[in-house]
Design a protein around this ligand. Structure first.
Ligand code: AMP
Length: 290
């Protein structure tokens, strides 16, 4: 059912902080959902999850320049605020924090938050400054929206791990909630970047989920060789004619380390693959029968 309440849009950090402070005084529980906009059903599921755990849901919409390298897609990243506002309203949120770049990074800005080690592998290897931009903006958004809980998607598994580490290491007083990946009917993980794909690339991109499903099936049937799994997954991915396979990684979700060991309780299999100029990521968490 469509929500009846009207969502409030705040653009200044000071105003947002004052509103959050007032809500906290009223003993309202606040949950925040940070996004870069161009919202889809995946984002809506996060907003609904936030609504199930809090009295007030704040959605932040901000394409964060600090997490894009100069050669990446910051300028062309899709933006459509009116569409986002309609989705946010329908998903039942109360406030949209929608700052411009100068509000978040005024002249003279010079403080960053950096998580070590885990930010250097996988995404961090291909996007060296990316996580520094992510943790900095998330730290700022948490200080601005003062939430009790923040909801992130499993779609960005490494990002979620890095944020959880930042929260723990720096004693942020906020509960992090992870929500599952929402997919298109044919299995493609929803992403704002899917809008870059042409028809052939969109079809070819299905090899990502197919390769993850292959790994899941084999592991559930007792396969223990990461080398073999990676080889077969690679064949499936290459059949989709990608421009580049950045990685197919087997990760221990406990410490986010790459592993060849399929004897722990679960394994995260993560991919980053380019089709044309579009870089897509996807992943799956697979329980392991011992
Ligand atoms: P983004 O706007 O892409 O930065 O994503 C904002 C939040 O939505 C992040 O926590 C993402 O992990 C999450 N998200 C993006 N795509 C999906 C999806 N298909 N399913 C669930 N969550 C998602």
């Amino acid at each position: 059912m469509e929500s009846k309440k009207t969502v409030r849009v705040l653009k200044s950090a000071g105003e947002m902080q004052a509103a959050a402070e007032k809500l906290r005084h009223e003993r309202k529980k606040i949950a925040v959902v940070p996004t870069m906009g161009y919202l889809h059903r995946g984002h809506a599921s996060l907003i609904e999850r936030a609504g199930s755990l809090a009295d007030i849901v704040i959605v932040t919409v901000f394409v964060n320049p600090a997490q894009f390298a100069p050669n990446e897609d910051y300028a062309r990243y899709p933006r459509d605020f009116e569409h986002d506002k309609a989705i946010i309203q329908a998903a039942g949120a109360d406030i949209i924090f929608y700052p411009d770049v100068k509000e978040m990074y005024p002249d003279g800005f010079g403080s960053y938050v950096e998580v070590e080690k885990v930010t250097k592998i996988l995404e961090g290897k291909f996007r060296p400054e990316h996580f520094k931009g992510v943790t900095t903006v998330v730290a700022k958004l948490l200080n601005i929206t003062k939430p009790h809980a923040a909801v992130f998607g499993q779609k960005d598994a490494q990002q979620a791990f890095v944020i959880q580490k930042m929260i723990k290491d720096l004693n942020f007083d906020v509960q992090i909630i992870l929500a599952p990946i929402v997919r298109e009917e044919d299995g493609l993980a929803m992403s704002s970047r899917n809008s870059y794909l042409n028809e052939a690339e969109r079809k070819n991109a299905l090899v990502l989920f197919r390769s993850l499903q292959y790994a899941e099936k084999q592991i559930r049937q007792g396969e223990k060789s990461v080398e073999l799994l990676r080889e077969e997954m690679m064949k499936i991915i290459l059949s989709g004619n990608p421009t580049q396979v950045d990685y197919t990684a087997f990760i221990d979700p406990v410490d986010f380390s790459e592993t060849d060991n399929l004897n722990q309780s679960e394994i995260l299999v993560a991919l980053a693959v380019r089709f044309g100029t579009t870089r897509l990521i996807d992943n799956i968490i697979i329980p392991i029968n011992s």
